[in-house]
Design a protein around this ligand. Structure first.
Ligand code: TYM
Length: 332
């Protein structure tokens, strides 16, 4: 079976709707027909300072959320990045293939280091996309389900794969990003021209999957809408309303056209009220299931250990090829 692989950082207490609709929902769907590898990117998380205790908690919360949303440990390898040391090992080899200028062109570094200035950012934040390329290439996946903000990292990944293949020997598959157009960029409820983001959004702009459903309902009802009163999908002219329609359509399964027709002649308040209900119905069972799973940490660590074993077997085989091709002497 063709493979899929993707990862998510454990840098918040909860995943948000951007993560879920932009990427995680596709993980759940793709696990049916592909051989899936899904991981929690704790190595990436420490590119900015993390409290060790909080990082450990959030990593387990991430695992619980993935399982609660439908990633099936019997079908998918779910693992923690740091438990498979080959990620960091291949990361080094790929760093040595990446030009400094090439790394500099990655826009997320510019965005994320903007606050404290480039000098205050860690070197790890700078080389972050190269580690991500290693994460992906180790598993030779066909598809990488992500949101739009990861597209540039996928392009770097393909460039590095091609470079390694032509400098040494064909080793890596060139992975395709799997980005669903409709939900590729979920935007901030308070600032609907920017993406919903755990680092950049204000709390009222971001809907967290594990928040009290009442709080999420309130955030939806207070979302910024646009001038005018017509409920129409028009991301340029009506970014706020369009984002709400996108979220509604993704959760309710109704097409945008169907929703536009249903809200003809009605006001923004109606749409927000209905969407708040759709959101509450969706997050309530998810939250209960996650909290139940968090009560059984032995089960979670067991799932992660098995996932790391499955992933490790694949990663070791790839790294062995890489080391041999680069010219490293194998241990006798
Ligand atoms: P992260 O942890 O920031 O986000 C996880 C996934 O959620 C998607 N996403 C969004 N999609 C649509 N709209 C939004 N507002 C939104 N916000 C987040 C992201 O695109 C991502 O798919 N670098 C990655 C983690 C990573 C990774 C990898 C991913 C590390 N190694 C290898 C794929 C393959 C990241 O920071 O995602």
């Amino acid at each position: 079976r063709p493979r899929v692989l993707s990862g998510i950082q454990p840098t918040a207490d909860s995943f948000h709707f951007g993560n879920y609709l932009g990427a995680l929902r596709q993980w759940v769907d793709l696990q049916e027909d592909y051989e899936p590898f899904f991981f929690i990117a704790d190595l990436h998380a420490i590119t900015v300072e993390q409290d060790p205790k909080v990082l450990r908690e959030r990593t387990l919360r991430a695992a619980a959320q993935l399982i609660a949303m439908g990633i099936d440990p019997a079908r998918s390898a779910i693992f923690v990045q740091s438990q498979v040391p080959e990620h960091a090992q291949l990361g080094w080899v790929l760093q040595c293939l990446t030009g400094f200028g090439e790394a500099r062109r990655m826009t997320q570094f510019k965005d994320k280091s903007a606050k404290g200035g480039e000098g205050a950012a860690s070197v790890g934040l700078f080389t972050y996309p190269i580690l991500q390329a290693a994460d992906i290439l180790l598993y030779r996946p066909h598809f990488v389900p992500v949101g739009e903000d990861q597209r540039q990292h996928l392009e770097l990944t393909r460039d590095l794969a091609q470079r390694f293949n032509s400098r040494y020997k064909k080793t890596f598959r060139l992975p395709e990003p799997y980005i669903l157009k409709a939900t590729a960029k979920i935007t901030d409820l308070q600032d609907p021209t920017s993406k919903m983001s755990k680092s950049a959004s204000s709390p009222s702009g971001i809907v967290e999957m594990l928040d009290d459903p009442k709080v999420s309902a309130k955030k939806i009802r207070s979302a910024v809408t646009d001038s005018g009163s017509e409920i129409r999908f028009d991301p340029e002219g009506k970014p706020g309303v369009s984002n709400l329609l996108t979220i509604h359509s993704a959760l309710s399964g109704r097409s945008i056209a169907d929703l536009e027709a249903a809200y003809e002649g009605r006001g923004y308040g109606d749409l927000k009220k209905d969407l708040a209900e759709v959101v509450v119905d969706f997050v309530t069972p998810f939250r209960e299931r996650t909290l139940e799973l968090l009560d059984d940490q032995t089960y979670l660590t067991d799932v992660l250990r098995r996932g790391a074993e499955q992933a490790g077997a694949v990663a070791q085989a790839t790294l062995r090829d890489v080391y041999q091709r680069v010219g490293f002497v194998a241990a006798g």
